[in-house]
Design a protein around this ligand. Sequence first.
Ligand code: LLP
Length: 420
Amino acid sequence: MHEFKYKGNQFYCEKIKIEELAVRFGTPLYVYSYHTLVDHFLKLRNAFRSIKPLICYSVKANSNLAILRALVNIGAGLDIVSGGELYRALKAGCPPQKIVYASVGKTDKEIEEAIRSKILFFNVESAAELENINRIAGRLNRVVQAAIRINPDVEPKTHKYITTGKITNKFGIDFKNAGQMLLLRRAFPNVRLSGLHIHIGSQITESEPYVAAINKTIAFVGALRKKGIKLEYLNIGGGLGIIYNQETPQTAERFAAKILPLLRKSGLKIILEPGRFIAGNAGVLVTRVQYIKNTPKKKFIIVDAGMNDLIRPALYEAYHQVLPLNKSRGALECADVVGPICESGDFFAKERKLPKMKEGDYLAVMSAGAYGFSMSSNYNSRRRAAEVMVLEDRAIVIRKRETYEDLTEKETIPPFLSSI
Ligand code: LLP
């Protein structure tokens, strides 16, 4: 469920006509629905209420401070993957004891900052990283908590670029080596290995891969118990799929019904790390039609947003619904919706049936709340879009559109080049 709907011919976010926002704030424009965001978080929390898990929203999906604060305010923890995300998490007011930190390549500086900030735990992705965390924690005279990220070797049936739990992926540690690390845990006196973490991929629409991964991991927990190794946490990661097109993903309730019995059996405290499930359908990218171009083979609708604003179609050939903000235009036509960037991969939709568009019309690229703005760039020296949060009949700018000055602010022409 989301709060983007037609009322008559006009497309609304909550109680505001999106076209008004496009005119007021300009395009390309990210528009988020506060109520949708919160509703998705609460749906998940409600589905799992019997075990009261810590739900750590995955910051990478959409890291705007207002989005983070909205979720932190209703009890979310945060899942981070970099020093920058730690900075944002703290700035958004997240209690450090609700922050978990994954990533295969944490630097010494990032590790030190996270230790000093007293985060809940690190999700450790290799033996070398464990040694490093132990060394840095020792230097700081601290004992820190860590969970071993397990690579359970399961097939999540999603795009190969967002598959993370197969043994050929760079993520996590296989059961055998994880067992070794736990047996040798006393060699790391500054790290308390207190949990396991799995994250098998993203945009997963079925429960089976989770069931398989959790079952394997719980069997491992049982085997460890027999060896006298007791753990406290099981972090089952994120990855819950959403509807972009014709998908029929599991609902939070159905997902919980499938895995709750397994989680209860583990007797461990549970952590979830959803990103897309919470933010994906809470945002759209609004764009203006710049030109209509007819070629001998095709019709192109050239819009003012590009792959620098939303890279998912270019990177994964991902499907995003594209809807007109005003749908009162009769017969449908087949067209490609493309951006202004100098690459053929710069498209939002191919061979899509849309009402006849003309210059100055607006389109909404749907399901752009997750991995939209957070993956955007300045490619082609394009200023990154503005972001607006809608709360019923109010719209608040939560990130200003970048200026041309922003583009060059960090750059310097060295003195030896300065005489022209
Ligand atoms: N936890 C960890 C350790 C992760 O690596 C991720 C996402 C998540 C949680 C959240 O996953 P989610 O619930 O959002 O599926 N850019 C890609 C998705 C990359 C996901 C990376 N890791 C896309 O646009 O589809």
